[in-house]
Design a protein around this ligand. Structure first.
Ligand code: BDP
Length: 686
């Protein structure tokens, strides 16, 4: 019998080893479990300061027995909720600044960065998540389970202990990266959100989020006065409508005194709005602004609009909003998607940025990967956002980047940025372990729009995959060389890989029409408005491919400031990454590589597939450095991504080949699917 004990013991040991190592991702980047002893000195007591203190005490990786002072004192160098960090002091103007300072200091300790005196100020005053969560618990374009805010049964507004715990974890994660506001319902808003019963629930959410400095906002339905208020109209200039909104605002602020304000999708994609009553965006936005203004609320009015009348959807937002520059009330801010069309894998920046000089504009980014492989594909979006933020608009001379035009550096204005959240009830919050990096990157860039993706990826990997969260050891050379480096390079390349296997060279909007996941360059239906069909965007014919937006086409280039107008407008100077966005290019056009367009396209698609296969190799090799659960989950997703990349390549090349009538270069792998099958199949089934 004693002989048996040893193997049993070993079995238990190896099980417990597996168990200890198993990670479900729920802790996100906040996995630290080690703390030295620290004395936190703070004169005041408050909920926020207590959290800061506790975070420091629970996670201190500095010297054992160190003293750290939290100093609330006005300092001119500090703006808003910024702070000054020193090895033994966090100084801020606000309590929230102290909390942010605590998280920054802990992050520095955990990623083993030096702590020297430095001022940290946020790039944007408001750093918001937008949840596209419906009141029935579903999430529009959500790929990580149901809503964390709303129950499945729309009438069930009960709040459980579990909800409170989840909301509090959510708030902590957001505060750790500087996010300070959240819109908790879909922009396609149910009017019910403003009913008394819903507001009671929202009050509870706001109470849980408040200690972490997260303000609650709501998306509203513009027709609410008629739908739930019993009025005959929702005309923004109607006195009863104006009064209804004023009363509603009063009611909300009575329950939630620090309520942030409304996000509005109006006269867009079938949503009600001022146009229904012959009124303008200004009429609509200013009326709502008047209702929340007495309470310090704001209106975020979305510029995501397009109508069938325009011959180029890319021009629409600019055409509709630019003429109103300077006419909005002070507490209105226009929320503009990064690109002129719709969260494509690659778009040039929206020409509205920098152009509206008398109206604050806030960028809207999409963290959820609606058009970038849902929660199946590993795509680190930080590089896309970095490219966008650093795009030069030239609106106020060279160097007027989108970042500078929106963060107050150029125009004195209220500043904000929003990201459409990728969060759901999945245990790992985002569906894909690496999708957490996009939530993280959004927060970090919203705080500091000059951070590089390299820095962000470095931090995130160290926090999320540090193999040794329970003791104070440093990252080994081996770990840095064989885990950090390859994983970082994979993340940094991942967005370009997705562009390659989905829509290289400025192609856009060729997705399967409904789920926006797989390829559908052929997709069109009789009777469907033409700017919702895909051939409208790629315009492939026997001559070439691409959308002519130059003077000989729709002239959308004219919305850009010089020298961009000329640069984008000329085939010779247009950056090749946008070439099919702005030009209809002959199949035989000589590209910079010396190849003709058709060949270049083939190689790009093929590169995308190879890149994903290489990601698989990288991930397989890092096996010894990551827990089995996360390793396998990511490995499985990468397999699907590789299969999907191949489908994208085959679908697009075989389809475009029906126009180009050229051969696919022989040195690249042959397609393995038939076009007809792909046309019939959804990507999910492929
Ligand atoms: C589109 C989405 C749709 C959203 C819309 C928006 O497909 O679900 O409602 O954007 O941003 O990309 O309003």
């Amino acid at each position: 019998m004693p002989k048996m004990k040893y193997p049993v013991f070993l079995i238990i040991l190896s099980f417990s080893f597996l168990y200890i190592n198993a990670e479900d991702g729920h802790k996100l980047w906040l996995r630290n479990e080690y703390s030295n002893q620290v004395n936190v000195v703070v004169k005041k007591e408050s909920e926020i300061l207590d959290i800061a203190k506790q975070e420091l005490k629970n996670n201190w990786r500095g010297e054992n027995g160190a003293v750290i002072k939290l100093v609330l004192k006005k300092d001119k160098r500090i703006q808003d909720d910024g702070f000054i960090l020193n090895p033994d002091e966090i100084r801020a103007n606000t309590e929230l600044g102290i909390l942010y300072g605590a998280f920054e200091l802990l992050r520095k300790q955990q990623t083993q960065q030096k702590i020297e005196e430095k001022v940290f100020n946020p790039s944007y005053q408001l750093r918001l998540l937008n949840h596209w969560d419906n009141l029935n618990g579903s999430v529009e374009r959500g790929y990580a389970g149901s809503s964390i805010f709303w129950n499945k049964d729309e009438d069930d507004l009960t709040v459980t202990e579990k909800d409170i715990k989840l909301w509090s974890e959510y708030a902590r994660a957001n505060a750790s990266i500087g996010i300070n506001g959240t819109v908790i319902n879909n922009v396609n808003a149910s009017p019910r959100v403003l009913k008394k019963e819903s507001l009671e629930r929202i009050k509870v959410i706001a109470d849980v989020l408040r200690p972490y400095g997260i303000q609650v906002f709501l998306s509203i339905n513009f027709a609410s006065p008629a739908i739930i208020g019993g009025l005959e109209t929702s005309d923004p200039l109607n006195k009863n409508v104006i009064d209804w909104w004023k009363e509603k605002a009063k009611e909300i602020y009575k329950i939630i005194p620090d309520f942030g304000g409304f996000l509005v999708k109006a006269s867009s994609e079938g949503q009600p709005g001022p146009h229904d009553f012959g009124r303008s965006h200004v009429d609509g936005a200013n009326m709502l602004a008047g209702a929340v203004e007495p309470f310090g609320g704001i209106i975020m009015w979305r510029a995501f609009v397009y109508s069938a009348k325009e011959d180029d959807r890319a021009e629409q937002a600019y055409a509709e909003f630019f003429p109103f520059d300077g006419q909005f009330r002070d507490n209105v801010i226009i929320q503009v998607k990064n690109g002129p069309i719709d969260f494509m894998p690659r778009e040039p920046f929206s020409p509205l940025f920098g152009a509206m000089k008398k109206t604050p504009l806030m960028p809207e980014l999409q963290i959820t990967q609606e058009y970038l492989g849902h929660s199946i594909h590993l795509v680190f979006l930080s590089t896309m956002w970095e490219e966008f933020l650093n795009s030069d608009t030239y609106q106020e001379g060279e160097g007027s980047t989108v970042a500078k035009c929106t963060d107050g550096s150029i125009f004195e204005q209220k500043t904000a940025i929003a990201g459409v959240a990728n969060i759901g009830k999945d245990i790992n919050w985002c569906g894909h372990h690496f999708a957490q990096s996009n939530w993280y990157a959004f927060g970090r860039l919203a705080w500091d729009n000059q951070l590089t993706s390299e820095q962000i990826a470095d931090e995130w990997i160290k926090l999320t995959f540090n193999p040794d969260v329970k003791s104070k050891t440093s990252f080994s050379k081996d770990w840095k060389e064989n885990f950090l480096k390859p994983v970082k390079s994979m993340m940094l390349e991942s967005r370009e890989a997705a562009v390659n296997y989905m829509m290289p060279l400025g192609l856009h909007h060729i997705f399967q029409a409904h789920h926006h996941y797989g390829p559908g360059p052929w997709w069109e239906l009789p009777g469907v408005r033409k700017d919702w069909t895909n051939p409208y965007y790629h315009r492939a014919d026997s001559m070439g491919v691409g959308f002519n937006r130059t003077v000989t086409g729709t002239n959308a280039v004219a919305q850009y400031h010089e020298p961009l107008r000329s640069q984008f407008g000329d085939l010779k100077s247009c950056p090749e990454k946008y070439i099919l966005w702005f030009h209809h290019v002959p199949w035989d056009h000589k590209m910079k590589s010396g190849k003709i367009l058709w060949d270049e396209m083939c190689y790009r698609y093929d590169d995308g597939v190879s890149q994903v296969r290489q990601f698989q190799v990288i991930w397989d090799k890092i096996h010894p450095y990551v827990d089995a659960d996360r390793f396998e989950a990511v490995q499985r997703k990468l397999r699907d991504q590789a299969k999907n990349a191949q489908v994208w390549k085959d679908a697009c090349l075989l389809y475009f080949q029906t126009f180009s009538k050229k051969v696919i270069p022989f040195d690249i792998e042959r397609p393995i699917h038939n076009l007809d099958d792909l046309k019939k199949d959804d990507m999910d089934k492929a």
